[in-house]
Design a protein around this ligand. Structure first.
Ligand SMILES: Nc1ncnc2c1ncn2[C@@H]1O[C@H](COP(=O)(O)OP(=O)(O)O)[C@@H](O)[C@H]1O
Ligand SMILES: [Mg+2]
Length: 248
């Protein structure tokens, strides 16, 4: 299966993140500083504004890509509220060793907690009490759609970076979609990119523009074009195989 566009086009470094100049202007100098202080960041904003992407980029930048982002997410996927997950957090949070043999001693010790707000207040506070004080070279990277569901104690301890979802972000995101369409579709199939207004409609999710939704729609268009471009015999064979799979 081909990698989804939202994954294959996911920025790999902080400077590739579009439409978030404030976040980038805070993170870049901090990453570049060899004496950077340990930090507990929390990236907050609407879905699809690049929070998880930014956390993965920061993790990769800090460790020269030696600690690939997918590992970080798999190891520490704490999107559930159940206490058993805390067991894993304890391993990581308690001494800030990440259990990776590839971890180099000059690298940062990173705890990435995606969608922190989904942890129960008890879990949040447990984590906070275990990260105080942050050891040297330790970094907490948390993301959240909102600060409302995060305990006050954690909010106060986090350095919060807000991710913009306003018109400036939307414009940058639409530009990005045009760039992706042009590369993936126009160059291969000659279909010109839609206008901003059309892309805005494609990405509409509950009256808001969602970059993820728009990328999924572009993905669907790409898969239809790819399917139609196949020779008829191959299409028939694939249709037959599909029918067999679903028992028709
Ligand atoms: N600011 C951004 N710059 C570039 N790509 C982005 C940005 N925000 C989102 N994306 C794209 O949308 C996808 C979803 O973004 P993600 O980081 O998961 O958003 P969030 O965590 O804020 O919900 C990413 O895989 C990436 O391809
Ligand atoms: Mg996310």
């Amino acid at each position: 299966m081909t990698e989804r566009l939202s994954e294959s086009w996911r920025p790999r470094s902080v400077r590739e993140i579009v439409g978030q100049p404030e976040a980038v202007s805070i993170l870049e100098p901090w990453i570049a500083n060899p004496d950077r202080p340990p930090m507990a960041w929390c990236f907050v904003g609407e879905p699809s504004t690049g929070k998880t992407t930014a956390a993965m980029c920061v993790a990769e930048c800090l460790n020269d890509g030696a600690y690939p982002a997918p590992d970080i997410r798999t190891g520490l996927d704490m999107k559930v509220e159940e206490l058993p997950m805390l067991h894993q957090a304890q391993l990581v949070c308690g001494d800030f060793t990440c259990g990776s043999k590839r971890m180099h001693k000059t690298h940062s010790h990173i705890l990435l907690i995606d969608e922190f707000e989904r942890l129960s207040p008890h879990s949040q506070n447990w984590i906070k009490s275990n990260w105080e004080p942050l050891p040297p070279r330790a970094v907490i990277l948390a993301t959240s759609n909102s600060l409302d569901a995060i305990s006050d104690a954690c909010v106060q301890r986090f350095s919060v970076i807000e991710f913009d979802s306003g018109p400036a972000f939307e414009k940058a995101a639409l530009d990005r979609c045009v760039q992706i369409w042009t590369t993936e579709i126009t160059k291969r199939f000659g279909v010109e990119a839609p206008t901003f207004a059309e892309l805005r409609r494609l990405g509409d999710s509950r009256d808001k523009f969602s970059l993820r939704t728009c990328l999924n729609k572009i993905e669907q268009k790409l898969s239809i074009l790819t399917h139609n471009a196949k020779p008829p015999a191959q299409r028939r064979q694939e249709a037959d195989e599909h029918a067999e799979r679903i028992g028709l």
